[in-house]
Each structure stands twice: as C-alpha cells, then as structure tokens.
Design a protein. Sequence first.
Length: 248
Amino acid sequence: MMIANPTLPPMATRARIGVIVPSVNTVVEPWFSHVCPPGVTVHAARMFLDNNLTPESLVRMDQDEGMRAVKQIMSCKPASVAYCCTASSIVQGLEYDGRLNHELNHAAGVPAFTATRAIIEALNAVGAKRLAVCSPYTQAIDDAEHVFFSAAGFEILGSAHLGIADAFKLADPTPDDIHALWKKSWHADADASLITCLNMNSQDVVARIEAESGKPVITSTQATLWKLLRTAGVQDRIEGFGVLLTEH
C-alpha cells in the first residue's frame, strides 16, 4: 500500500501560477517553487530558444513559440501567468512590450504579463527613478536594455554586464559573481539597483546588496514572482529576498 509522504508540500489549495519560460531556463521553476507560500503551485510551459543568445534568436522564439506556450499553460487553469523572458521584450522595445502584454491578457483571460512589465511596476512600487543596472547579457542586449528602460522613464546612472552569449550559461554566475557585477554598476545617487535576466540567480544576492547599499534591489526573478503572486490574490510576505517581497 502506498503511504502519503508527509514532507510533500500541499497542493494548489490557494492558487496555481503559470510561467512561460525559454527552454534554456533552469532558474525560474526551481526557485519559484521553493519560495512560494504553502498552497501555491508553479506550472510551466516552454518556448524553444537555442543557446546562441542574440536579438534575432529572441525574436524568433517569440514569433514561433510564444502564443503556443500561452495556449499550453492555460490548459492547467492558472490564476496568473508571467512571460518569463526579460531580454525578448528588451530587444524589441517598449511599444512591442505593450502590445505583447495586451495579447497575453487577451489570450489568457486571466492576469498575464511580461517580465519587463513586472520590473517596471516593481520599480514604481519602491519609488525608484534613477537606476544602477546590471545583467549577464551581451553588449548588444545591454545597449537595448538601456534604451528600453530609458524609454520607460528611468534614468540609468551606472551599468555593467557580463557579456554571456550562451543562453544556457546565463545561469552560471555565482552569488559572488553577481555581487561583483553589481559593484561595477553601482552609483551612489541611484534610487535602486536593477539586476535583469530570469535565467540568472540574482535573487540570491538581493538581501546582501540591500544591506550594503541601503537601497532597494529589483531583479527579474523577484519582481516577476512578486507580480505573479499579487495578481493571483496571494499577499503573503516572503522573507530574504528584499523589500519588494516583504513590504509591497
């Protein structure tokens, strides 16, 4: 006779949240599942992205895979859905991101949004306008990121990037690597730090950087989870990953 394992987490007694991730992403599902409050479960659909991280490959992923992935994820009836690729919106611009958010909401029929929309709302929530920005991206994607967030009304005072061109290896930087990258980007007049990319474990350094800088830190991973939970009606505070998840 099979006996239930008492250590297993509770099932979705409160909410299912949906994530649409590039196929190379190894960060979103494990971390979201690890920190979600009891009764909230994480469900994923994947979009194929080859390892060669370029603006062209990101556009191709969106065009070939995006809406199919929305249809997939909606079959498990999530309460909210996040399109978990920061770079795909960045390289196609703020106007494109607005259209994609509209299409996601229309196709899903529940709150659905891009990672960049979550980031912008998170920055607004902490009152940040002047930013220190860092990412693991290549120069081309980093340049596009500056254009994107400037168009969204933010001022970038400092920046740094790692130049990683292999999409799978975006997850390679250690917490110490990410902290060192942040130090290169930091500007004392910034209102907040922004660390982008949903395939990098930026959430692991948020508390450390906030303690060191005295300013909020927003990351792609943490901001996307925050908006997923809040739009699903889950208001729980999550400790250890910065003021966004504890105070907003």
